[in-house]
Design a protein around this ligand. Structure first.
Ligand code: GTP
Ligand code: MG
Length: 201
């Protein structure tokens, strides 16, 4: 799929103020600093569309971006940011939970995980929560440029083995690098296919 336009629409913490749920939507979630905002910029092909930072905790709101005037990407704040206050964490949980459970046009959640790390407990819990709530998700490994090919494959294998200890199958996954623009075609093709399903709903 070709990206012909990408623009920021709105930021907020209230699901009721998100854009009308009439177009397909994909949400980016994952631990703080995993590369959610960078991946949105890479997919959109615009360097500073979503704000990124070397320090975790940059994205604090739900940010909607309209792509090709046809579908939305939603950038969410990271979870598991140790320095966030208890109050911030509760607020985050409340609005993200509400968003994920009620957003009718949300076709798939992209759960981003840093490819260099083993399966994290917080990610495992999030996958389990999505499955229990029947929220479709895929895993998106980020920062693949940080590993050599052999190491990358080893890491993916280990991750899969760990997940298969408690899951019957590996969820669909993508390997990406915002830095090298890797995985872009695959993710955009997946979005293209999934968009077609929305039309027939
Ligand atoms: P929060 O909004 O704080 O939750 O973070 P985020 O998940 O949106 O991460 P962000 O995109 O801001 O990126 C965090 C840091 O990781 C930045 O310093 C990015 O430059 C870096 N980063 C993101 N993606 C990649 C990647 O594919 N490769 C490399 N090498 N660095 C990356
Ligand atoms: Mg961010």
């Amino acid at each position: 799929m070709k990206i012909t336009s990408a623009r920021f629409v709105i930021s907020n913490t209230e699901v009721s103020k998100c854009p009308k749920p009439v177009l397909p939507e994909y949400a980016f979630i994952g631990r703080s600093n995993v590369g959610k905002s960078s991946l949105i910029n890479m997919l959109a092909g615009i360097r500073n569309l979503a704000h990124t930072s070397a320090k975790p905790g940059k994205t604090r709101l739900i940010n909607h971006f309209l792509i090709n005037d046809k579908w939305y990407l939603a950038d969410l704040p990271g979870y598991g940011y140790a320095k966030a206050s208890k109050e911030q964490k509760l607020l985050f949980e409340r609005f993200i939970t509400e968003y994920l459970l009620t957003r009718r046009n949300l076709l798939c959640v992209f759960v981003l995980v840093d490819v260099r790390l083993p399966l994290q407990q917080i990610d495992r819990e999030f996958f389990e929560w999505c499955a229990a709530k029947e929220i479709p998700f895929v895993i998106v490994f980020t920062k693949a440029d940080k590993l050599g090919k052999t190491e990358l494959n080893k890491q993916l294998n280990n991750y899969q083995n760990e997940l298969l200890k408690s899951w019957e199958g590996m969820p669909r996954y993508f390997v990406t690098s915002a830095e090298k623009r890797a995985g872009r075609e695959e993710l955009l093709a997946f979005i293209g296919e999934t968009n077609r399903i929305f039309k027939v709903l």
